[in-house]
Design a protein around this ligand. Structure first.
Ligand SMILES: C[S@@+](CC[C@H](N)C(=O)[O-])C[C@H]1O[C@@H](n2cnc3c(N)ncnc32)[C@H](O)[C@@H]1O
Length: 233
């Protein structure tokens, strides 16, 4: 099945509230709901091999599409190389929990903060910060201007979403040069250049589920031969 990422959140659930009585679920519906919730919390990879990481199931209502292993490892290795270029490295992963998980596996010593909307990732303890892009600066002050390396994968492909994530990036960036990596659809190419001064790399990210949208990695620095370099204009 081929999926495609939305420009905007889904707001198409209609609730008929003519009836004032509280809704009552049948025992079968309740059972089905319990099974659904248990499924959502079950790791996709039940018994990860030494190379894999355990991930929770994708929830497409939250626009969740996990990277495939090669993509997650490639970006994680790049981030680890960047850490060697900055004094007191720390990495912000905005809405990219798979990258967080691979970073912890490949470079467990790297300080990483995951900013995410899905509270299932509270399992990461103090390295999880609840984040809703609709409130781009509603974040702990301790995170302000603290990150020399920021990776973001916004949930939607809209102008509004990228503008708000840009505000979050400005909030998090350490003064001076911060390395920025943005993973998003090709359709955001011009906006990524305008808002954040980013250019596409040759390396193409892939997902475990087949996505219909062309997906790109944009950076604010030339990665040289890594990530297949900046695309020639
Ligand atoms: C396209 S996915 C990126 C995931 C990435 N490909 C990975 O494998 O880690 C977008 C992420 O945005 C998160 N998200 C959904 N709604 C959000 C919101 N309102 N604010 C911030 N993040 C949100 C989802 O939970 C999801 O992890």
């Amino acid at each position: 099945m081929e999926l495609s990422r939305d420009e905007t959140p889904q707001n198409d659930i209609v609730i008929d509230d003519d009836d004032d009585d509280p809704p009552i679920l049948s025992s079968q519906a309740l059972e089905a709901l319990k099974e659904f919730l248990a499924e959502q919390n079950r790791p996709v990879v039940e018994s990860p091999t030494a190379e894999e990481v355990a991930l929770v199931a994708e929830d497409w209502r939250l626009s969740q599409f996990w990277y495939d292993r090669d993509t997650a490892e490639t970006i994680a290795r790049e981030v680890i190389i960047l850490c060697q270029n900055v004094g007191s490295p720390s990495v912000a992963c905005i809405a990219c929990p798979t990258l967080y998980a691979y970073l912890k596996k490949i470079g467990p010593e790297v300080p990483v903060q995951l900013l995410e909307y899905d509270k299932r990732f509270e399992q990461y303890g103090t390295e999880f910060t609840f984040y809703d892009y609709n409130q781009p600066e509603n974040l702990p002050l301790s995170l302000k201007h603290s990150f020399p390396i920021i990776v973001a994968d916004p949930p939607y492909l809209s102008k509004e979403c990228l503008e708000k994530v840009t505000e979050t990036i400005s909030f998090l960036s350490r003064p001076g040069q911060s390395y920025l990596l943005l993973l998003t659809g090709e359709v955001q190419k011009e906006r990524a250049a305008e808002l954040l001064g980013l250019r596409p790399c040759g390396f193409q990210p892939h997902h475990s589920s087949k996505l219909g949208n062309e997906f790109r990695l944009f950076t604010n620095y030339d990665p040289g031969t890594r990530l297949d370099g900046w695309e020639v204009e």
